[in-house]
Design a protein around this ligand. Structure first.
Ligand SMILES: Cc1cc2nc3c(=O)[nH]c(=O)nc-3n(C[C@H](O)[C@H](O)[C@H](O)COP(=O)(O)OP(=O)(O)OC[C@H]3O[C@@H](n4cnc5c(N)ncnc54)[C@H](O)[C@@H]3O)c2cc1C
Length: 464
């Protein structure tokens, strides 16, 4: 601890990480293991959002929902099961067991790395300097030779009249729910909203999804988005698109959502899934000379540098695509740049998955995007039912689609809507990274019967 005249108790470190998300915690551990003095401040969620209240708990519950659906259809594969139902205390125990285990592992790794892991809320007081209100009481002031902001995002609750009064659920509070809603009205049909919608429909809730876009997943090709919408409807999810919520009234247990077209949707609970807001409001970034955009995200260049010297930002808060694997890639970029390199975010190939049943796995361009860019493309489509593995598992819902450049034969993008698509996606992504022409996937010897084998069929299924 040193005092250089900037205030009693100022502690200087080589690297100060503010917020322990995926990119920041990985960088902090890495730097600490290599012998640098590192402090990481985390206000409460050891391991960050993904582990505590996002990817990991939701995918744990998706597992339960899928199993329930599978058991309900067990007769199709010759297995008689008397009864299957969701048991909320057991669901919570399952989810909390997975989360708790990962939090413990993270905590141990933080300590073992040699970093100074500080539980408390940080606020900037000067360039590269934060004041931390410690969870256990007391205060510390730290300054980093380099500082990384990794404070993430939180659910955004829009200013709809009456919404706050009905205490709407968010993606975080729904994970702590004490009961399975009779009827969940989901405002927002994006990825978060759709995963919860189908999950709670499986658990026995009535579910209505309201979305302002003319169709779900407006960024996807219409055929893919419509296929998924159809499967959700088959599973009992009521979907209204092209609607605006005017106001919400009632109370938890009996809520009415009034739409601007005069229709009313009744439910027991409302889940708001209308996007996420950056955690920057109370950070006093101005004191550090760090600029934010008009929505509050930290402005960074493509090397992840902010407007202040030696101050960087990674993950959701930096406006990066909101995925854990992107925050991890931000870590790789920053690690290189802190070591004097010049690695950039431009041109990254970012895959992602929507963990509905069936899954939608995506990488690269859609057909719509490729054609809008004036590219000469060929499009291949394959019903999942054509894949032998899908027939053996009787999981035949889905559609695979690939877009390739006519001239170079390189894969520009795929949308794989089907079971286990998230695993198969990486095969295509790897081919794209390697710049392989599509016949390499069409003609590869792929073990039979696997879902990946469907790639042989997909890349032999061009319409022209
Ligand atoms: C329901 C849901 C499901 C999702 N599922 C997936 C998925 O399946 N796959 C996927 O890739 N992505 C998924 N995401 C997105 C993913 O969770 C985020 O993109 C990812 O967690 C972002 O990580 P991050 O590094 O930006 O920071 P975060 O993990 O958000 O970490 C930020 C940390 O900073 C801390 N913090 C904030 N302010 C302060 C402060 N002032 N002082 C100290 N600490 C502070 C916070 O407590 C938090 O721990 C999901 C998101 C949601 C909401």
């Amino acid at each position: 601890m040193g005092d250089d005249g900037q205030g009693a108790g100022m502690e200087d470190v080589d690297l100060l990480v503010v917020g322990g998300g995926k990119g920041g915690k990985t960088l902090a551990m890495d730097a600490a293991r290599s012998g640098r003095r590192v402090a990481m401040v985390e206000r409460g969620m050891i391991g960050g959002t993904c582990i505590n209240v996002a990817c990991i708990p939701t995918k744990s519950l998706v597992t339960s929902a899928r199993l329930l659906q599978r058991i309900r259809r067990a007769g199709e594969v010759g297995v008689r099961v008397e009864k299957a139902e969701a048991d909320l205390p057991l669901l919570r125990a399952h989810k909390e067991g997975v989360v708790g285990g990962m939090v413990d592992i993270n905590h141990r790794q933080f300590i073992d790395s040699g970093m100074d892991f500080i539980l408390g809320t940080a606020r900037f007081v000067a360039e590269r300097t934060v004041e931390v209100d410690l969870v256990d009481g007391g205060r510390r002031v730290l300054r980093g030779a380099d500082v990384v902001v990794n404070t993430g995002t939180v659910p955004h609750v829009p200013a709809i009249p009456g919404l706050a009064e009905v205490s709407p659920l968010t993606s975080e509070s729904i994970l702590r729910l004490e009961r399975i809603p009779d009827h969940l009205v989901v405002i927002g049909g994006g990825y978060v909203g759709l995963e919860f919608a189908q999950m709670f429909a499986s658990f026995g809730s009535g579910v209505t999804v309201l979305d302002r876009n003319p169709r779900l997943l407006p960024g996807e090709d219409p055929d893919v988005a419509e296929a998924l919408t159809g499967f959700l409807r088959e599973d009992g999810v009521v979907i209204h698109t092209g609607v605006q919520v005017e106001r919400v009234s009632g109370e938890t247990g009996a809520v009415t959502v009034r739409l601007t077209d005069g229709r009313e949707v009744a439910g027991s609970d409302v889940l708001v899934a209308t996007g996420r807001a950056p955690v920057t409001r109370d950070l006093d970034l101005a004191a550090a000379g760090v600029e934010v955009d008009d929505r509050g995200f930290v402005k960074v260049d493509d090397r992840l540098a902010t407007s202040a010297p030696h101050t960087w930002a990674v993950g959701d808060v930096a406006g990066s695509p909101q995925f854990t694997h992107v925050s991890l890639d931000d870590y790789r970029i920053l690690k290189a740049n802190l070591a004097g390199g010049d690695r950039r975010t431009t041109g990254r190939l970012v895959p992602w998955n929507l963990f509905t049943d069936p899954e939608l796995a995506r990488v690269g361009l859609t057909e719509t995007e490729a054609r809008a860019a004036g590219m000469d493309v060929r499009v291949a489509k394959l019903p999942v039912a054509a894949i032998p593995r899908a027939r053996t598992t009787r999981e035949m819902r889905g559609l695979w689609k690939a877009i390739v450049d006519r001239e170079s034969e390189r894969v520009l993008g795929v949308a794989l809507l089907g079971p286990e698509s998230s695993e198969v996606l990486t095969v295509v992504q790897t081919a794209m990274l390697a710049g392989l022409p599509y016949p390499a996937l069409r003609d590869a010897i792929i073990a039979h019967p696997t879902m990946a084998e469907g790639l042989n069929l997909l890349f032999a299924s061009f319409a022209d």
